[in-house]
Design a binder for this molecule. Structure first.
Ligand SMILES: [Zn+2]
Length: 172
């Protein structure tokens, strides 16, 4: 079983297990390292060899770009798209099942159109009642209104996280 992790997976405290192979991309790692706490976690995982960082061949990036523009998923960041491209690449080259771990709806949407499985860290059913915090992953600004897409201070794309819900990963 191969899990491809996006930034939300790390921020929400995904717990690695020896039963899974974990992959992510340099873009995601760079995004995570902007937060001091997440940086400590991710650096520990890397130094223990628990996660592989791979850049997919450009062919897969192009394929994802095409799908993203077809679906008008303009909110996807470079890191989000890199995760999808990596998953396509792993699907083509590895014998194991590939699943993306992400709480990002746009990412899940594109993944499903490309036939890639995904899992959310939030338990099904709870997702709907979550109160979201919209925040800037770069400068930490918390948005006053949920419609803010880009940070008015530093221009980064805003992210969201739940206010208070514990996260578990459900495996079949
Ligand atoms: Zn900002």
């Amino acid at each position: 079983m191969i899990y491809v992790l996006d930034a939300t997976a790390f921020i929400f405290g995904f717990i690695p297990s020896k039963d899974f192979q974990l992959y992510t991309t340099e873009e995601v790692i760079n995004e995570i390292r902007k937060n001091k706490l997440s940086k400590l976690k991710i650096d520990a995982l890397i130094s223990q060899g628990l996660i592989k960082i791979i850049s997919p061949p450009n062919y897969y990036n192009i394929k994802v770009e095409e799908k993203v523009s077809l679906l008008s998923e303009s909110k996807l960041s470079k890191a989000d798209k890199s995760i999808i491209a990596l998953s396509l690449f792993l699907k083509d080259t590895q014998r194991e099942k590939v699943t993306i771990i992400t709480d990002d709806y746009s990412l899940q949407n594109v993944a499903s159109f490309l036939g890639i499985e995904f899992k959310s860290l939030t338990v099904k059913g709870i997702t709907r009642s979550i109160e979201w915090i919209i925040y800037c992953p770069a400068c930490g600004r918390v948005a006053e209104n949920v419609k803010e897409i880009f940070c008015p201070i530093c221009g980064h794309r805003m992210k969201r996280k739940p206010k208070k819900v514990s996260h578990h990963i459900k495996t079949k």
